[in-house]
Design a protein around this ligand. Structure first.
Ligand SMILES: C[S@@+](CC[C@H](N)C(=O)[O-])C[C@H]1O[C@@H](n2cnc3c(N)ncnc32)[C@H](O)[C@@H]1O
Length: 257
């Protein structure tokens, strides 16, 4: 069926890690021009308030006790709104291309004749690195960065892929791993990563209430359990992480090797 000529479009927009001033100017303009805004749980009210008064706001992520919307429902909703001629902004935490389902959403919408534009955002690992003074790459120490997830399936950490993260010159940024730190550390050490590799967990990266939990890879699970973070957490593991320091502090938490 041909797409009606007045079909709107969908913008998949990265809101960054949760502070409005970490959004790109392009993302800000997209939110200010939205006619319908579908937003994830990690997007704060400060950013939602940037949308125009008449904009339809729909929460899609788990917030204030409400359940998350199913991906299929979100897809259908975006499609319906775009076919009614609306400019739809799908606002996601961080960068839509990093564990943000931008590929699935783009494929669905384009298959139905709706134009899609992706506007990038600052991903959690970049915000964490900037805020706590460590780089993700470092000449001679960290030649690669891997964005990875430890997402569990049926209650167990996914087994495959850990060998690819064992290389000592790879900085590993692990998303959705807050409650699986022990399993992650075990898999990485089992794959050959040194137990004393510098490792941090950063809670609420990019926000004023961000917290750095520093340790070695072997000690990270205990440090994380003691800190008991409730906000989103990104784990960053690798030699470059030795440069991490408390926000505003002059010296790294531990000396670089
Ligand atoms: C579904 S993924 C989305 C990632 C997001 N697209 C990004 O680029 O940051 C959600 C995970 O991202 C990480 N995350 C998102 N925002 C964060 C923040 N402000 N601080 C630390 N980790 C964060 C956590 O690991 C969380 O479980």
């Amino acid at each position: 069926m041909p797409t009606p000529p007045d079909t709107g479009k969908v913008l998949l927009v990265g809101a960054g890690p949760g502070a409005a001033d970490l959004m790109t100017v392009r993302a800000l303009r997209a939110v200010q021009g939205a006619q319908a805004l579908l937003y994830d749980a990690l997007v704060p009210d400060e950013i939602l308030a940037l949308a125009p008064a008449g904009c339809l706001r729909i929460q899609t992520g788990k917030r204030a006790g409400k359940a998350s919307m199913k991906q299929e429902t979100i897809n259908r909703l975006m499609l319906r709104l775009a076919l009614r001629g609306r400019t739809v902004v799908r606002l996601k935490g961080g960068d839509p291309s990093v564990f943000g389902r931008s590929g699935e959403e783009r494929a669905f919408l384009e298959a139905h004749g709706v134009a899609v534009e992706v506007i990038p955002g600052v991903t959690a690992a970049s915000a964490a690195a900037a805020q706590f003074g460590f780089p993700l790459t470092h000449r001679g120490e960290a030649r690669r960065v891997a964005f990875a997830t430890a997402r569990v399936q049926d209650g167990a950490v996914v087994e495959e892929g850990w060998a690819a993260l064992a290389d000592a010159q790879t900085t590993v940024a692990l998303y959705m791993a807050r409650d699986a730190a022990a399993a992650v550390a075990g898999r990485l050490i089992g794959a050959g990563r040194a137990p004393d590799t510098p490792a941090v967990a950063v809670e609420n990266a990019g926000r004023a209430d961000a917290r750095l939990i520093g340790a070695s890879l072997a000690d990270l699970p205990a440090a994380l359990a003691a800190a008991a973070p409730e906000g989103p957490v990104v784990l960053v593991i690798g030699e470059a992480v030795a440069q991490a320091r408390a926000a505003g502090a002059g010296q790294p938490l531990r000396a670089s090797a």
